[in-house]
Design a protein around this ligand. Structure first.
Ligand SMILES: NC(=O)C1=CN([C@@H]2O[C@H](COP(=O)(O)OP(=O)(O)OC[C@H]3O[C@@H](n4cnc5c(N)ncnc54)[C@H](OP(=O)(O)O)[C@@H]3O)[C@@H](O)[C@H]2O)C=CC1
Ligand SMILES: N[C@@H](CCO)C(=O)O
Length: 436
């Protein structure tokens, strides 16, 4: 059978992984797909970079639209990243009847509803395994493997760069900046690394998984996002005293009132497997009503792990390329006309456990005032730790772990605690998830 022809936009980290794995595993891939998958054209703004990647036997163009419209191309691979020109490029490819494989979670989190609608109307597939958790086949698991389940929640370490930074800081004592620099050199970070560090990239990914899990439209604007840039080594150390590790988690949860969608540094019991996921590795925990908790683990970034996911999508599209579009697996797991508009909950409505760190003056009655305020807001204390008084500043840290409380009540209590004249500086508030 004739080979499937692909056109790739971009010649960076992910594109190089795709080209190299396609070349190396050509025979195995053909045996799986039923026909060969061949790179027909590559676009690059730097011709020498493209030549170094694909050699001279593949057409090289400088205009990405020439890939989107190329008469020989069956599947377009978008590995440029960013919103534009990626959006225009993908829509143009769809309009030209091409199937699309993309690693671009930012694009899909912001413009996915428009893109999937255009693909549906045109009868083509937009596949995006590589957009979430790099090499882990978690999109396929959510869309197909778990399709019998009512999904209850998902919690994942879904940004390789920040997990790499947190691991190097904790295990090797590296500075934040040094760890970020190495993550960039290794090709893990986004073009704008603030997307990684401030939790935006993880929010893009959890937004996509939330849509797949609950059958709702993609709603990135509903995500509450906190990154790791303000996380202090002190809190990592105190968390460990209580038996917890701090990880940047993407969390989405179905509650009776609506759907939670949030990214923030989170204390996780160190006995959980996910608390021991280190370096660039990612892990996603999915709780389904029938299957229980399932855990997916693997490299969350890097050329070949991500290339592995892109090629899995290429093989999937190749296998069904002649199938009636109505009989393909729906893009977002649920049939497009069966998506529901379930309310998305604000962060203030979240109920979980909290870690609070206060800096206080060593004076009589400090603790009594704090516990009274917490009790007034219906916040019950589970555990508490007080450090020795610093001889110079006459200050001490009080660290409190609460039972499950309402976020808005915790915020109100923190405001009152901050106003006490014995409490100095800010109050650190982190969320705790048991993930049981
Ligand atoms: N790196 C990783 O581990 C992973 C990345 N991803 C996603 O994959 C995508 C690509 O990432 P990555 O390969 O790391 O990025 P790179 O920066 O390494 O590569 C991007 C490529 O796209 C080209 N490009 C960028 N902007 C334009 C433009 N405006 N017009 C034409 N070409 C353009 C670049 O060309 P030039 O060289 O000329 O600048 C470069 O070849 C992103 O969406 C990213 O989020 C997903 C999973 C893992
Ligand atoms: N910058 C992303 C790439 C993979 O999506 C990360 O570090 O996880």
């Amino acid at each position: 059978m004739k080979s499937i022809k692909i056109g790739i936009a971009g010649t960076g980290v992910v594109a190089s992984g795709v080209v190299n794995v396609l070349k190396r595993n050509q025979e195995e891939i053909t045996r799986r797909a039923g026909r060969g998958i061949e790179v027909a054209v590559v676009s690059s703004r730097t011709r020498s970079k493209a030549e170094a990647l694909v050699g001279t036997g593949v057409e090289i163009v400088d205009d990405i639209m020439a890939v989107a419209r190329h008469p020989d191309v069956d599947i377009v691979v978008e590995t440029m990243g960013g919103y534009e020109p990626a959006r225009t490029f993908v829509l143009e490819a769809i309009a030209n009847g091409k199937h699309v494989v993309t690693a671009n979670k930012a694009l899909l989190a912001e413009h996915g509803n428009e893109i999937f609608k255009a693909a549906q109307d045109k009868g083509v597939t937009v596949a995006f395994e590589a957009a979430v958790a790099g090499g882990i086949p978690v999109i396929k698991s959510l869309r197909e493997g778990l399709s019998a389940n009512r999904i209850e929640w998902i919690a994942g370490i879904i940004n390789g760069t920040t997990n790499f930074i947190l691991t190097q800081m904790r295990e090797k004592g590296w500075t934040f900046d040094a760890a970020l620099k190495v993550a960039q050199e290794l090709g893990y970070a986004e073009a704008d690394p603030t997307f990684d560090v401030e939790g935006v990239d993880a929010a893009h990914k959890i937004t996509l998984m939330s849509a797949l899990a609950f059958g709702v439209p993609i709603n990135f604007k509903a995500a509450s996002i906190e990154g790791i840039s303000k996380l202090a080594a002190t809190d990592i150390a105190y968390a460990e005293k209580f038996g917890y590790r701090i990880k940047l988690l993407g969390i989405t949860k179905r509650t009776p009132d609506g759907i939670e969608l949030r990214v923030h540094p989170t204390l996780i019991p160190e006995s959980r497997l996910i608390a021991n996921v280190n370096g660039v590795m990612n892990a996603v925990l999915v709780k389904g009503d029938a299957v229980g908790a399932t855990l997916y683990y693997g490299a969350g970034a890097g050329a070949e792990p991500t290339g592995s996911s892109v090629i899995a999508d290429l093989i999937d599209v190749t296998r069904t390329i002649t199938a009636d579009p109505e009989h393909r697996v729906p893009h977002l797991a649920f049939q497009p006309d069966a998506l529901e508009n379930i309310p998305m909950l604000p962060l203030s409505a979240v109920k979980t456990r909290y870690y609070l760190r206060l800096t206080v003056q060593d004076r009589t009655g400090v603790l009594a005032n704090i516990t009274r305020i917490l009790a007034d807001h219906d916040i019950s204390v589970d555990a508490m730790l007080q450090t020795e008084v610093d001889d110079t500043t006459k200050q001490t840290h009080i660290v409190i772990m609460t039972h499950i409380s309402l976020e808005s009540s915790v915020d109100a209590a923190v405001q009152q605690i901050k106003a006490l004249d014995t409490v100095t500086g800010d109050v650190v508030k982190l969320r705790v998830e048991e993930l049981g």
